[in-house]
Write a protein that binds this ligand. Sequence first.
Ligand code: FAD
Length: 433
Amino acid sequence: MGTQFKYFKNPLTEFSEEERLFRDSVAEFCLKNLAPNWEKYDEESSRSPVLRPELFSSLGRQGILALTCRPESGGQGGSQTMAAIAVEELGYGDPSVATAVYTLLNIGWPYMLDRYGDPSVSSEIIERVVKGDAFFGIASTEAQGGSDLSNLRTRLARSGENYLVSGTKIYISGVNEVFGLPFGGGWFLLGRSGGAGHKGLSALAVLPKWKGVTSSNTTHSVFNGMGRHGLSTGSVTFDGFEVDRRNLIGEEGRGFYVAMEGFNSARILVAAACIGAGRWLLERGAEWVKSREAFGHRLSEYQSVSFRFAELYGKLEAARMMVYRAARLHDRIYLEKRPGYSPRDLNAPVALAKMWGPETAVEIAQEVMRWHGALSFVKEHPVHRVFLGLLSYVIGAEGAQNVMKSVLSRELLETHEKTETHPDKSDTKAKAR
Ligand SMILES: Cc1cc2nc3c(=O)[nH]c(=O)nc-3n(C[C@H](O)[C@H](O)[C@H](O)COP(=O)(O)OP(=O)(O)OC[C@H]3O[C@@H](n4cnc5c(N)ncnc54)[C@H](O)[C@@H]3O)c2cc1C
């Protein structure tokens, strides 16, 4: 496996010395731990979900999990750019994107705990996530629709110092991880503590399995997805599940805004995972078209192939610039707190990266499959695993593509379409970071 072609110098996506060293160490980790195993992981889990606690612990030892949480909360104190670097490499090392998505969820959502949660609750969770003992993702989607968050129905009813959570969350990543890991885990759960609309929503850290104990007020099921098998997806039903009020993330009634910030962080990383997988695909495609012959010539000698290759290379470069632009902006806003930058500045660049990254990677996958002809239709060939894993991100995981377009058009044309991303204009008051 070699690079097969040149990546041109790009001052716009240049990394610092520290970032380069970090990228090289993650790339080495991936080469050793993921590249030889990802197909086996994907195949085994396609039959029935298999947990990889040893892989999660090794991600923890590598210093990647809860990367952007502050050291005083038990995190790694890294930047969003470093998180994007890590997730891009994981997407390249395991292009089914299962490992990258496991990681990005366990970066993006603990980060929101760190920013808005009660410090003692947050650090207890982050300290476990960082070692790979516990999973902490996002549970917002419900059966009546994932895009229109203002219509969520899961109830968060006050009962003394607790909330009683009742409702069903569906298509949730990490269900088997939460209930299967010996220690457990949970989610940033968005539910209704007040009246109708997005202002009635609050966010809670819910931990249906914690310290090895599973709550009796929850039931779950794991779905049989068509790709990205190495990370489970399923549903969880809460039936008067008691959650301490200290587990509130942000103020009551402000959950929508906190979730939107979390999506902005996680979506940058989703796009980073996709460009990592896209890079893997393009390299495998180059390897193939440079060696496969038809009618006495290598495929790469036909312009219908080489021009398409050039186009896809360009699209991938564009997607990569969008990812690192959004990541650097995130750092300016949240880490460096530069004057003149606000969280709203992130909405359009993140939507652009999430809109462009998955679409480009899926387009590359389809073309690379065509170049391989019938071989790509054989299940033993790895390309279809990448295609199917990536499809989840054009279908809707971490936000449907039309929702990204709606964010962009709202910012560009000042339209006021009614979608999840149409909150009032105030930003959630962030704790000092
Ligand atoms: C593999 C996978 C993992 C997932 N993991 C999680 C998870 O961990 N946690 C979680 O909470 N959710 C998760 N989801 C769910 C995901 O967030 C939702 O799929 C997504 O939010 C879209 O919701 P929906 O599927 O209900 O589609 P809907 O919201 O019903 O949308 C259906 C279609 O309508 C379009 N649409 C919606 N609104 C508009 C509009 N205003 N204008 C034009 N078109 C519109 C959408 O683009 C989409 O094509 C996951 C999904 C997948 C596939």
